[in-house]
Ligand binder design. Structure first.
Ligand SMILES: Cc1cc2nc3c(=O)[nH]c(=O)nc-3n(C[C@H](O)[C@H](O)[C@H](O)COP(=O)(O)OP(=O)(O)OC[C@H]3O[C@@H](n4cnc5c(N)ncnc54)[C@H](O)[C@@H]3O)c2cc1C
Length: 464
């Protein structure tokens, strides 16, 4: 017998937690599902487990520890929280299917909040599949969850998370061999224009400038770098690139961390057939939502970085605003509160356009220059394999699947979708918007047949 909830929230990061706290204030019967072991999401990962290790983890700054208060309020609220719960389908009737500890469950919701956050943008440079190469986000997760890292690493890429993690690495005492920054030296005119509204977030702006100048002062730093390739026979051995003066450079390293920004995690929103639009500024797909976060399916809301990359503080407000809207629809007068939350969120968003234009990924990180570079990791398809299939007259990513299985592996296109879309767009001289993205279907997360079979006798008594 399916359990009913007023609200089901997917994701216990800042957006999901703040929404749940709001929901408990309105006595909504709420279930929160998250695939991690505990609350926190990306930015506040492991915050409760780390709370008594502040001294050892002093390299994590105040922004990280500010998540403790939010997590505490969340865990003290009246909502039901199920960790280690992987959501793999949402139906248009607002049924939510998830797996927890090998058992599948289905619950019924009146309203649903998708707060599944962001993921790192695919970075298909030559050699990115070699052992020893990891994303910067992966390196940060090891720092936050295990206080572990690697000495002598090289960081290659750009973006706010790139500088933040280098800072955390430095403060944690790890030796960094070099920083290879792909951000063009010259700021674009449009970035200059958006620099003005970003002054509303002066604290964040000054912090970014401080990090950047410390990195330049303290580390072997290369700016405005092009054509990054990772070389190695069975493992990463070195990194090659062209420096700002056009000279070929090579740095030997066994640990290489790469990063080109974050994008909304759209697999659940797309598989739920919510309408999406292409964002030219953030070079990604985003769900179409109204100012409260409501999507093209009434009663399904998208909040936090799943709705577009706005950062942790804006994520908190987006969660609040969506719940206030749901309450408003249930005839509770919270219009003033909603307006105030919207004003706060708009102020948080002011810096984003500037960061998007400042850290726009260079073309050669969207589609690798090297034809042997792997594009689809799950199916081990190289740029040449994909180009050959495209030349057979493929019109879009879904047709390409039937030609070479690109995007049909475990990651369901997360790590190749944008690259393949760009390659097809380049081939036809059309926009990425026009070419479109994979048609994603549930289950969006791997599910065993045994797990699926447990659904038949699901009594929804999932473990807390
Ligand atoms: C690797 C990484 C590290 C980051 N580190 C920082 C940082 O240190 N500081 C910072 O300011 N910003 C950081 N960011 C940016 C981050 O996106 C936001 O700051 C913030 O965490 C967004 O909050 P959110 O609530 O929208 O999503 P998140 O915090 O990402 O929370 C979403 C939660 O949903 C869970 N989830 C996703 N899909 C499912 C599913 N199908 N079923 C169940 N659960 C699911 C995720 O595991 C996660 O716990 C990071 C982003 C990434 C990708």
């Amino acid at each position: 017998m399916k359990k009913d909830f007023d609200l089901v929230i997917i994701g216990a990061g800042p957006a999901g937690m703040s929404a749940a706290i709001q929901a408990s204030k309105f006595d909504m019967k709420t279930l929160v599902l998250d695939d991690q072991l505990a609350v926190g999401g990306q930015v506040y990962r492991h915050i409760m487990q780390n709370s008594n290790k502040k001294k050892d983890l002093s390299f994590l700054d105040g922004d990280y520890w500010s998540g403790h208060n939010l997590a505490d309020k969340f865990l003290c609220s009246s909502i039901q929280f199920l960790p280690e719960s992987r959501v793999w389908q949402i139906t248009k009737n607002k049924e939510v299917f998830f797996t927890q500890k090998g058992k599948a469950h289905c619950v019924q919701a009146k309203s649903i909040l998708i707060a599944t956050g962001a993921m790192e943008r695919p970075m298909p440079v030559k050699g990115w599949t070699l052992p020893g190469v990891m994303t910067v986000g992966g390196a940060q997760i090891l720092l936050k969850t295990a206080c572990s890292g690697a000495d002598g690493a090289v960081f290659a890429g750009s973006g706010p998370l790139f500088y933040l993690t280098i800072q955390q690495y430095l403060r944690a005492g790890f030796e960094i061999k070099a920083v290879i920054d792909t951000r063009p030296k010259k700021m674009s005119l449009v970035a200059y224009i958006w620099a003005f509204p970003s002054l509303l977030q002066l604290r964040l702006l000054l912090k970014g400038i401080r990090w950047h100048s410390e990195i330049r002062k303290k580390l072997f730093y290369f700016s405005d770098v092009k054509s990054v390739r990772i070389i190695g026979k069975d493992v990463a051995e070195s990194l090659c690139f062209t420096d700002a003066e056009g000279r070929e450079q090579r740095i030997s390293a066994n640990h290489i961390f790469i990063h080109q920004g974050v994008i909304p995690n759209i697999n659940l929103t797309m598989a739920t057939e919510l309408k999406h639009r292409w964002c030219r500024r953030q070079l990604c797909w985003k769900p179409k939502i109204d100012m409260f976060g409501e999507s093209s399916i009434e009663g399904i809301f998208v909040v936090g970085d799943s709705m577009g990359i706005w950062g942790a503080e804006a994520a908190v407000f987006s969660g609040k605003i969506a719940i206030q809207r749901i309450a408003e629809k249930a005839k509770r007068s919270v219009a003033i509160k909603t307006l105030i939350s919207c004003l706060y969120r708009w102020r948080q968003l002011a810096i984003r356009p500037f960061l998007d234009y400042l850290f726009k990924p260079p073309e050669d990180w969207l589609v690798p220059e090297d034809d042997t570079a792997i594009i689809c990791r799950c199916e081990s398809l190289s740029k040449t394999d994909i180009s050959n299939a495209i030349k057979l007259g493929v019109s879009g990513p879904n047709q390409l699947k039937s030609f070479c299985r690109a995007g049909m592996g475990r990651c369901q296109g997360r790590l190749c979708g944008l690259t393949i879309q760009k390659m097809i767009a380049n081939h036809h001289g059309q926009s990425e918007e026009k070419i479109g993205y994979y048609r994603l279907r549930p289950p969006i997360r791997p599910l065993t047949v045994f797990e699926l079979a447990t659904l038949s006798n699901d009594d929804s008594t999932a473990e807390k």
